[in-house]
Design a protein around this ligand. Structure first.
Ligand SMILES: CC(C)(COP(=O)(O)OP(=O)(O)OC[C@H]1O[C@@H](n2cnc3c(N)ncnc32)[C@H](O)[C@@H]1OP(=O)(O)O)[C@@H](O)C(=O)NCCC(=O)NCCS
Length: 269
C-alpha cells in the first residue's frame, strides 16, 4: 500500500492543537480557535475570528473583522470525479471580504469570492469560481454550484439549490427550497448546459422549479411551487405548473434604483 505524505506543507507553529503555516499572515487581534489548520499563503485580516476545527486551504484571504465559524473548510480545491464532464482548472485561493460571517460546517471552494458584509449560514456549500456580491445572504443549507455569479443585496434562502453558471442580478430574492437546473435532457445529450438567469430585482417563490435556460427579466416574480419552463418577461408574475401569467408587479411593489421598494418612498402610487 502506498502512503503519500505531503512534505511541502510545513506546519511549524502549533498552538491549541492548531497548525499554522510559517508564511501565513495573521492580522492584529485575530482569534484562532483550537485544531485550526492554516495552509501556506493565507492572509487573515485584523479582528478576524476563526472557529475551532476550521481549515483554511492554500492562499485563502479573509478580510478584516470577518467570522468563520466552527468546522468550516475555506478554499477547498475541486477534484474531478470519475464522471466529471467539465474541466477543473487549478484555482486561486478563496477570498472572503470584510465583515463577512460564514456559518458552521460550511464549505467554500478555491476560486470563489464572497464580497464584504455577506452572511453565509450553516451547512452551506459554495463551489469554485463563484462570486457573491456584497450585502448578500446565503441561507442555511444552500448549495451554490460552480461558476455562479450574484450581484449585491441578493438573498438566497435556506436549502435553495443554484445550478452551475446561474447568473443572478442585484436585489434578487430566491426563497427557500428553490431548485434550478441546467441540463434539460438529463445526461442524454452532449452536455448542453444552459443555466437560468435572474435579472435585477426578481423574486422566486418557495419550492419553485426553474428549468434550464429560463430567463426571469427585471422584477419578474415566480409564485411558490411553480414549474417555470419559459422566460418570465419584465414585471410579470407567473404561477402554477407549467407556470403561466397571473399578473403584473404593481409599480408600488417594484424596487427603486437604490433597492428601496417604491412604497417606502415619498409619492407612493
Ligand atoms: C405569486 C404570488 C407573489 C402572487 O401573490 P398575489 O399577487 O397577491 O396574488 P393573489 O394571491 O391575488 O393570487 C392571484 C391568483 O393566482 C393564484 N396563485 C397565487 N399564488 C399562486 C401559486 N404560488 N401557485 C398557484 N396559484 C397561485 C391565486 O390562487 C389567484 O388565483 P385566482 O385569481 O384564480 O383566485 C404569491 O401567491 C406567491 O406565491 N408568493 C411566494 C411566497 C414565498 O414563496 N415566499 C418566500 C419567503 S417566505
Amino acid at each position: 500500500m502506498l502512503i503519500f505524505i505531503k512534505t511541502t506543507f510545513l506546519l511549524s507553529s502549533m498552538t491549541g492543537g492548531s497548525m499554522i503555516s510559517d508564511d501565513a499572515k495573521i492580522g492584529e487581534d485575530a482569534k484562532i480557535g483550537k485544531l485550526v489548520i492554516i495552509e501556506e499563503g493565507c492572509v487573515i485580516g485584523n479582528g478576524v475570528s476563526i472557529g475551532d476545527r476550521v481549515t483554511l486551504h492554500k492562499g485563502t484571504r479573509i478580510g478584516d473583522n470577518s467570522v468563520i465559524q466552527e468546522s468550516c473548510i475555506i478554499g477547498k480545491h475541486p477534484r474531478p470525479g470519475p464522471r466529471t464532464s467539465h474541466k477543473i482548472d487549478p484555482q486561486p485561493g478563496a477570498v472572503i471580504g470584510e465583515k463577512v460571517l460564514v456559518g458552521a460546517f460550511s464549505i467554500v471552494y478555491a476560486g470563489t469570492v464572497i464580497h464584504d458584509y455577506c452572511y453565509v449560514g450553516d451547512f452551506v456549500g459554495i463551489r469554485e469560481k463563484c462570486d457573491i456580491g456584497e450585502y448578500s445572504t446565503v441561507g442555511r443549507g444552500v448549495l451554490i454550484e460552480f461558476g455562479v455569479k450574484c450581484g449585491h443585496h441578493v438573498r438566497i434562502m435556506n436549502n435553495a439549490q443554484i445550478t452551475e453558471g446561474t447568473r443572478i442580478g442585484n436585489n434578487v430574492f430566491v426563497a427557500p427550497d428553490v431548485s434550478t437546473m441546467t441540463d434539460r435532457k438529463m445526461a442524454r445529450d452532449d452536455n448542453i448546459f444552459v443555466p437560468p438567469v435572474f435579472e435585477d430585482n426578481t423574486r422566486i417563490g418557495s419550492n419553485a422549479v426553474i428549468l434550464p435556460g429560463v430567463r426571469v427579466e427585471k422584477e419578474g416574480t415566480v409564485g411558490a411551487g411553480s414549474v417555470v419552463m419559459k422566460d418570465v418577461k419584465e414585471n410579470q408574475i407567473v404561477v402554477g405548473n407549467p407556470a403561466k401569467l397571473a399578473g403584473i408587479v404593481m409599480k408600488r411593489d417594484r424596487l427603486s434604483p437604490d433597492g428601496t421598494p417604491n412604497w417606502r418612498l415619498k409619492g407612493k402610487e
